[in-house]
Design a protein around this ligand. Structure first.
Ligand code: GAR
Length: 207
């Protein structure tokens, strides 16, 4: 069994995709130990509660300073003894200590085809606004391992999604979620849980 902790900040549709694949049996040998949010109003916490999954909030507002918050977050994660940490719309820069303690055991979903429209400042709707502004005809989503950089870790899976003439950022975001994110994230977790993802020279090999 692979124990995962899912870190979230918002609505939690990617979390829901993971829960659904576990419940319908297509994502096997994976258990969500807990969902942790930095935002107490995150819809993702409600989704976790509804499915009987431990849901907790570790908010910077509840700590005296940043180092204190980072320690609190690390402790909350360590308490769950996860095999894998999944960032599913987690909009906090992950503390360096967590990245080094969980090296090659943290994955993130990003709503573009990395290395396009990624890095500092590219998150959520902003990514789709920039893709439309640039006029690209194809975008998509990427699941990658998390390293010290922003969206720079080894890529695990990518899926392309077409951009249509009348797209708004919201319409495009929804299509990227439906056609790419909600498919890729559970799939990547399944591949890792099955021991099929190897990291070689900062790239992945999937067997
Ligand atoms: C998703 O589109 C995810 O790819 C994005 O935030 C959204 C969260 O939605 N993540 C990033 O932009 C990370 N850079 P959700 O809460 O409904 O899963």
């Amino acid at each position: 069994m692979t124990d995962i902790v899912v870190l979230v900040s918002g609505g939690g549709t990617n979390l829901q995709a993971i829960i659904d694949r576990i419940e319908d049996g297509s994502l096997k040998d994976v258990r969500i130990k807990a969902v942790i949010s930095n935002n107490k109003n995150a819809g993702a916490l409600e989704r976790a509660n509804k499915h009987g999954i431990d849901a907790l909030c570790v908010s910077p507002a509840d700590y005296k300073d940043r180092p204190d918050f980072e320690e609190g977050l690390l402790k909350a994660i360590n308490d769950m003894t996860p095999d894998l940490i999944v960032l599913a719309g987690f909009l906090v820069v992950l503390p360096k200590q967590i990245i080094s303690e969980y090296k090659n055991r943290i994955i993130n979903i990003h709503p573009s085809l990395i290395p396009s429209f990624c890095g500092k400042g590219f998150y959520g709707l902003k990514v789709h606004e920039e893709a439309l502004k640039r006029g690209v005809k194809v975008t998509g989503a990427t699941v990658h391992f998390v390293d010290e950089g922003t969206d720079t870790g080894p890529i695990i899976l990518q899926k392309a999604v077409e951009i249509l003439p009348d797209d708004t950022p919201e319409v495009l975001q929804r299509r990227v979620m439906e056609q790419a994110e909600w498919v890729l994230l559970p799939e990547a977790i399944g591949l890792i849980a099955a021991g099929r993802v190897e990291i070689k020279d900062r790239r992945t090999v999937i067997r």
